[in-house]
Design a binder for this molecule. Sequence first.
Ligand SMILES: [Zn+2]
Length: 355
Amino acid sequence: MRSKLAAVAVAAALAGGVVVASPVAATAGTAPSPVATAALTSAIPANLVPARPSPQEVRRALARIARDSDGRVRLGTIGRTNEGRPIRLATVGYGPTRLLYVTQQHGDEPLGTPAAIRALWTLGVPRTAWHRWLLSRVTIDVVVQANPDGAVRNQRYNHDPDASGPYTEPGVGYDMNRFHNPLTPVADNPVPESRAILRLWRATEPRIVVDYHMQGRYRQPDGRETTASILWPTSPLASSAAVTAGRRLAVRNYDAMTYVARANVTRYPGGDYEGIARNAYGILGSASLLVELSDLPEDRTEFQIRTAYVSMLATAQGAADRSIWRIDPARADAIPERGPAIPDAPAELARADAA
Ligand SMILES: [Zn+2]
């Protein structure tokens, strides 16, 4: 019930901002939390950020949020890419529970980035009792567009013409989401974007890490199209406590994405390799989650951004009120498996099963 109440609160928040009609809010028979209802009634500026922002557009949007939040959203840089672009960090909140969100490790999977920018606005700009409560409990670090060199090329890899070996496209770059291995000394890691995130983890030791990606298109057994898939750490090196925490976080996200964002959510069929962020930060002890937005047609772009945005708000609220840690982790087993790929999806969308 608590998670449902929290979901209603997020739905009420969304009703005033990124417009969504939530059947949960309409049918739950429970008044939304007055705190959260009051919290998020300001509309996000429509021109805040495009769906597929360039690094310059990310910079401008974050600068606007930092200004409009009177500095409650703080901006930083955690490193530089091989082409010298800043790897951008935005932080909101002052609370003891640290969260880390990462978007667009794969440059051609952009939609987590506008979702994060909207979430930063929603968390940072309005100032209500709910905001003061939330920001006193959590500190949220967001690595916004973690692979800007890949983003400007609309490519999966970072930019490194010297790249060779496993998990690279030789002559193009590294797959940075295979280079978070916590067993590798950071100084030996060849990927500056991954090094920066690993160092940020060491500096902040977040309780929660959520990593936003995009996948191809899949059909569920009931005929509906999957719009998002999620997965917790599956590496055998992750402790049972960390896996349990990740499974609770998955259920929290499943509920919010399903009942608030109206997403069709499945379990992502991911691998066990410890270099994958989902596994790496679980091995390090965080509650870790991968979120994959399906690469739906253009007219569903706003829906997909909203799904990630709801995930970010629901995770923040569940960490702040600690409801995530009261979830039955066994419920994660009920998240359905992803179905087969949709065969007539455009070829460039039928990407490999690789988060
Ligand atoms: Zn990806």
